[in-house]
Design a protein around this ligand. Structure first.
Ligand code: CUA
Length: 196
């Protein structure tokens, strides 16, 4: 088969036509290049997954979603914004079908802010447009995102993982206020704007 083109019964090709052996050779070469590229990309995916220890959420911290509301860090009275002794803010949030608790977050501007979020039921999304905040809320894990709001403003935080029929109505408001307006919360005080 390899010498079909040169078989005496096959007429010579017209000018400009490429013999089939040459076509097959080129295609085989491209096939080899493509397989090599695939192998390299797969190796990169596997290597970064192992070396970077990729995890389902941004923070490898597990939590029992069944007892979330009953005990521990995410009980109702602990949700919202806490001010740490160093002046930074920690915001604790639960995502559940179909709301964020609290529905309105109050955070200080020009202050390091750490969001800690988990889900009570299934995978939800947590994103603040125009900031670096973008993670998934996965049941069983606590996701942690850090940011710093340069100036006061209002953000709408939509759930960006499809989570069921009420997904499109699931969002929270984030109100960023000047830090001097924030007031003294004390060690156990939690700020939110849906109860104030
Ligand atoms: Cu929660 Cu979409």
């Amino acid at each position: 088969m390899a010498d079909l083109g040169s078989h005496p019964s096959v007429p010579p090709l017209r000018d400009g036509l490429v013999p089939r052996q040459a076509v097959a050779r080129t295609e085989k070469r491209w096939l080899a290049i493509m397989l090599a590229m695939l192998a390299v990309m797969m190796a990169v995916v596997v290597a970064t997954g192992i070396v970077g220890s990729l995890h389902p959420s941004s923070n490898v911290e597990v939590i029992d979603p069944v007892t979330l509301h009953l005990k521990g860090e995410f009980v109702e009275s602990n949700l919202g914004t806490a001010i740490e002794p160093d002046g930074s803010a920690t915001v604790r949030i639960i995502a559940q079908q179909y709301e964020f608790v609290p529905r309105c977050l109050l955070v200080p501007a020009a202050t390091p802010v750490k969001f800690r979020i988990t889900s009570a039921d299934l995978v939800h999304g947590f994103m603040l447009p125009y900031t670096n905040v973008n993670t998934m809320a996965v049941p069983g894990f606590v996701a942690e995102v850090r940011t710093n709001f340069a100036s006061p403003g209002e953000y709408v935080m939509p759930c960006h993982e499809f989570c069921g029929l009420g997904h499109q109505a699931m969002w929270a408001n984030v109100r960023v206020v000047p830090s001097e307006q924030f007031g003294d919360l004390g060690p156990t005080g939690r700020a939110r704007c849906d109860t104030q």
